[in-house]
Design a protein around this ligand. Sequence first.
Ligand SMILES: Cc1ncc(C[n+]2csc(CCOP(=O)(O)OP(=O)(O)O)c2C)c(N)n1
Ligand SMILES: [Mg+2]
Length: 902
Amino acid sequence: MKASKKEIYGSRGGITSTATNGNGHGDKLDESLQSVFELALESHGPERTAQLLEKLAGQLRTTPRPVAGQTTPYINTIRPEEQPQYPGDRDIERRIKSIIRWNAMAMVVKANSNTNVGGHIASFASSATLYEVAQNHFFRGRTDDFPGDQVYFQGHAAPGMYARAFMEGRLDEQHLQNFRQELAGGGGLSSYPHPYLMPDFWQFPTVSMGLGPIMSLYQARFNRYLQARGLTNWKEEPKVWAFLGDGESDEPESLGAITLAARENLDNIIWVVNCNLQRLDGPVRGNGKIIQELEGLFRGAGWNVIKVIWGTEWDEIIRRDKSGLLLKRMDECVDGDYQKYIVEPGSYTRKHFFGKYPQLLELVNHLSDEQISKLLRGGHDVRKMYSAYKAATDHKGQPTVILAKTVKGYGLGEAGEGKNISHQQKKMNEKELREFRKRFNIPINDDVIADMPFFRPPPDSIESKYLLDRRKKLGGFIPARIVKPVTLDVPKLDYFTELLKAGKTEVSTTTAFGGLLRLLLRHKGISKCLVPIIPDEARTFGLDVLFREIGIYSAKGQLYEPVDRNILSFYNETKDGQILEEGITEAGSMASFIASGTSYASHGTPTIPFYIYYSMFGPQRVGDLFWLAGDIRAKGFLLGATSGRTSLNGEGLQHQDGHSLLLTSTVPTCLPYDPAFGFELTVIVADGLRRMYVEHEEIFYYLALYNENHPMPAMPGGAEEGILKGLYKFKPGAEDKKVKAHILGSGSIMQSALKAQEILAEKYGVSADVWSATSYKLLRSDAIRCQRWNMLHPTLPAKKSYVETLLAKETGAFVAVSDNIRTVPDQIAPWIPGGLFTLGTDGFGRSDTRERLRRFFGVDVESTVIGTLYALAEKKLIDRKVVAQAIKDLGVDPDMAQPEIV
Ligand SMILES: Cc1ncc(C[n+]2csc(CCOP(=O)(O)OP(=O)(O)O)c2C)c(N)n1
Ligand SMILES: [Mg+2]
């Protein structure tokens, strides 16, 4: 069917040209172009005409002049005549939404009337319609054969989600009363979406701006990956919905990965950007238009963009404008102006918006100032939002972003509607409360309004029934985190016997890991569940052989013949490939790790991520995602390869990591390990598989891997417990020596400890036991748990931590040597008998040979010998002269340059 030229041109104006006309002949050119355009429309229809325009624009792009941006006029993408019928009862839905608005506001104001816990009203006030339309008509809950849509709620809108759950009967008054008071009697509600704190409710943490958006993209891609690998039995594919703020789009994580979704045709993702034009301090783009800016970006990235700018009342006004001036006016106003139209009365908008061009005043002559001030923005109009959601969910082949224009603090009136302070508003006086009640027609009496009572219609009310019925038809409540544990048949330690024996050649722990991973990939019980993730570094870690063995996942397969097709480890992209080769994005790789590590919860299908990367680009680069992995209860293994400030030698300052073990120690559910040998690594991974996928512990592992080749000894008998708890005696010192010392080594630098042990015995008469410290954090956590218990139970027999028990009978001096900063071993210093002397790699790295670097930092064999002797001298167990002699004997320059630390 052919569209009339009015429908196409008269109401929306086509692609906006931002090019100005400086030659004075513009009018004529405009006219002739317009008549050609109309002719083309009439004779060939809109599609052919659009193709033609594209072609012409393409030609223009080859000239050095900038062409019109990728933006359309500042009006709704969906025309009124394209809108589907609204399927719901709008009256009932409005009443429900109003009650939710009230309770969301009351919970924040109440909490702040007697505490200082904070909270936000304005964000949800602006997005209530965005959520309610989706709740009543789109979000699908989990059923037996459907994992549920995966919804990333805007963190600051959390009160709105709690208020709805209250209406649904999932939360009670006590919960609302204790908003942001989680330690109060009866339990409270977490400030933002935190699965760690509310594990049955929230699925996805979002409040650190930008993390929700990037995670949602990789979640959608992971959903495709699961399907491609035959790991799903869904009756239909879930949609991933991400709600974000317009200010949030400032974060590089928000927009940095959007091309992924278009490249992989992820039509299973829908983003809804709540464009209330404000962030925390003020306007998002006061001097521009955030909606237009985002439209251009998303279009350029290959997304389907749906703008929802104006509410229904505007349709008629726009239709009646034949001059094109209204579109011009809409286009030329900046967001700072639009914000002002909200704060000022309708008379201001009449004068300054419409009045700029006197013809436009005629368009609103029939409206009072009051009516002008109530002309809705699209994001507050249920029909407009419904149309956008319907179009988005039906759209094929591309991801969709909906740019919904709203008002920050909508309905708060004087208390903060559209004001720059609105984000921070947490209090309302009685007058403001009355106004809010009146505006949304909440049945609360004057005599109690000051107490801000929560209001919930009875279960048999029309509203309650309607709301529950809608959710029932859509499969259940959202958000809801539902975990039905699935136990995996994980390999026991004896499966790995080869890795527990002494190695025939010298290898690194990274190579040992490669062997371990390949063994796991051959294990029937879990091979399918493994998800190796690599950000463009497989060759560095010697894992490129996996390319051919298990393939690199690619939605498109391989459309070209790889240049290295004739070699064994050729670059092998396949539709059901197992490796997620992410390219150079640690944030994206972490998002994949999280999607895989939470599939046990978000899909009911456990998968086991092994994410291997340059350790320096882990928590130092994307630490907030590590933190989030804890919050979201992710499982899996993070492998920080090329660890150690001196083990990775030539790469220098930016690459040499000596602090990941400390940074990962700060994540409460993360178990950081620093294995020295292949057998330790094996024991840790085998036990991790058991804890996470048999015992269902919601924890994850960080394993430091090194690239230094050295002998791999057999596992000493009975070492497992110590390896897992964090410390065991690896090699006792000579028995015939009088002076006793203990060296705690770990990772690659264990080699310094072992050689120092020999020299100490041979040359200085010291028997040094070498201990392998696999995890200082775990030792410390155990010790501080005991300490706190002892402090609070002073009259009961004291508890002793593992490390205290293990070392209770040991005498002499204790020295730790590590390729990490000293704070890593020092974590256990308070529990070491007689204290701990630590050698570590504090300071910026350098590029040089391993030997020179280790001397410079003081963690080489010689420094370890000297350090041990010094610790003994400090305890008066040997003479200081022995230390001075050793410094000479070993050729160490006492005045050499050393790393600077302020
Ligand atoms: C990474 C990060 N930086 C800063 C903040 C603090 N913060 C919280 S909300 C906010 C403004 C949000 O504005 P917008 O995204 O537009 O959301 P709105 O509330 O307007 O819907 C800021 C800066 C944060 N939560 N996360
Ligand atoms: Mg905003």
